[in-house]
Design a protein around this ligand. Structure first.
Ligand SMILES: C[S@@+](CC[C@H](N)C(=O)[O-])C[C@H]1O[C@@H](n2cnc3c(N)ncnc32)[C@H](O)[C@@H]1O
Length: 444
């Protein structure tokens, strides 16, 4: 097979002025009219850089020296910044990160959806922006040349596991365990057969799932147990697909509380949950506030997961219906409802990306709809939403591109105004943009 030849990279360092920040947090410059994405550069900065990749439409590079620094530049907290691909915006002050994300959201809404919110919501943030991440998949790799195991996220722009000692954005119970985990795996007979560790932390217990490609020996199991006892973690093993996950000993009870609504939500280690529990609480409060719930409202919660929005909604509305594609999550949502003595929430399994026909909830009427789809958005249900014609649609999004596309359609074709939109600091120090948008039905 013919190998695609990589373009030769110009040698040495070059100068550039950074004009803006790309959607994923790289500095954008133009050199000889060609767009250049620069790791480690901030808007307004004069920098020296080295090319790392040349492509037909754009080039990529890395900043080697900052000649004129932006006032937003700060010292990255993490010693692995620049190597680890986990979070690429640590060199930017938190408030500036949020303003850049807000600008990216507004630009995308305008560029893709041709819409502008009537009101830009103040960015939603939390006092602490470190130690927030309760879900993660860490790679593990025995590197014979180094004679040890690496545990961590992938390297920036690459597929190798980064050589980490600790992680500043992972939940504090786990961020300091990176090096001990690498040592633990390095001492196992199957040190080169542990592929990844999945992390799931709740308010009390937290879980580490070891993906093992070979069976651990008795001595390995003893080491794993000793680690669990010393670290306070619950260890699970995954010898095959997701259904093969089993606790090494006692199962954990994973849950998070939503005190404002007197709720406790239980989940399983591989369930979808919002990664930043503190921001999640604020996001729910903002969503409910924007929906201006009335005690008589009937609300539909689409892509409802294990009831993260549905159950708080149920505390304030007359009735709520949650719809979700994953049957396991729907079961968890029902269990969570009954454990919290909620009897005005019903849940249904449905694939919201396929034509909807005989769904029991399809012909019901709803005053308000909340939707929180995956990255790919919710295009497939927009026409139906337009016919359902709820007064408010509250859209929570983890990807501005699809939010903008869907917003454009709701406004241009389905009779809605984009009343408000804003960003939320769900993933500090990374390029990910979480946002929220309120659509109101136009008066005829
Ligand atoms: C961003 S999560 C939001 C979950 C929930 N609202 C929460 O806050 O925890 C998106 C949800 O969409 C669900 N999902 C993905 N594809 C789907 C589909 N085709 N139909 C219905 N639900 C789907 C996922 O299982 C996941 O629970």
């Amino acid at each position: 097979m013919a190998r695609r030849r990589r373009k030769r990279l110009p040698e040495g360092d070059f100068d550039a002025s950074i004009e803006s920040l790309s959607a994923e947090g790289r500095g954008v410059a133009h050199v000889d009219g060609k767009t250049l994405f620069l790791h480690g550069g901030l808007p307004g900065e004069q920098v020296r850089f080295r090319y790392t990749r040349r492509q037909k439409r754009h080039d990529e590079g890395i900043v080697t020296e900052v000649i004129e620094a932006s006032p937003d530049r700060v010292e990255p907290k993490c010693g692995h910044f620049g190597v680890c691909g986990g979070c690429g915006l640590q060199h930017m002050a938190s408030t500036a990160q949020l303003m850049a994300k807000q600008q990216a959201l507004l630009d995308t809404l305008m560029h893709i959806g041709k819409v502008e919110p009537e009101r830009v919501l103040a960015p939603l943030s939390n006092a602490t922006t470190w130690g927030y991440r309760t879900k993660a998949r860490l790679g593990a790799k025995y590197v014979a040349k180094k004679g040890r195991v690496l545990v961590g996220f992938r390297e920036r722009g690459g597929s190798f596991v980064a050589d980490l000692r600790r992680c500043e954005v992972l939940d504090e119970r786990i961020g300091g365990l990176i090096e001990p985990l690498a040592e633990l795996i390095g001492g196992l007979s199957i040190r080169d057969r542990v592929a990844q560790i999945e992390v799931a932390a709740g308010d009390a217990d937290s879980v580490l799932i070891f993906r093992v490609l070979d069976e651990p020996s008795e001595a390995d199991l003893a080491r794993l147990r000793a680690f669990a006892a010393a670290s306070g973690q619950h260890i699970y093993l995954q010898p095959g697909g997701p259904d093969s996950i089993v606790p090494l000993d006692e199962a954990a009870r994973l849950y998070y509380d939503l005190p404002a609504w007197d709720l406790r939500l239980d989940f399983l280690p591989t369930d979808f949950t919002q990664v930043n529990i503190a921001m999640n609480r604020r996001m729910i409060a903002l969503a409910l506030d924007l929906l201006a719930l009335q005690p008589d409202d009937r609300v539909l919660d689409l892509f409802c997961g294990l009831g993260n929005f549905t159950l708080p909604l149920a505390r304030q509305a007359r009735e709520v219906v949650g719809v979700e594609g994953d049957a396991g999550l729907v079961q968890r949502a029902r269990d969570n409802a009954s454990r919290n003595d909620i009897d005005n929430a019903r849940f249904h399994v449905a694939n919201l990306y396929e034509p909807l026909q005989a769904e029991p909830w399809l012909n019901e009427s709803f005053d308000k709809v909340l939707l929180d789809p995956p990255r790919s958005g919710a295009r497939e249900i927009l026409a139906w939403l337009g016919r359902l014609a709820p007064r408010h649609i509250l859209y929570v999004s983890c990807y501005p591109g699809t939010l903008a596309r869907d917003a454009g359609e709701l406004v241009a074709k389905h009779g809605y105004r984009l009343a408000a939109a804003g960003v939320m600091d769900m993933f500090p120090h990374t390029g990910h943009v979480e946002s929220i948008a309120l659509f109101e039905r136009k008066e005829h």
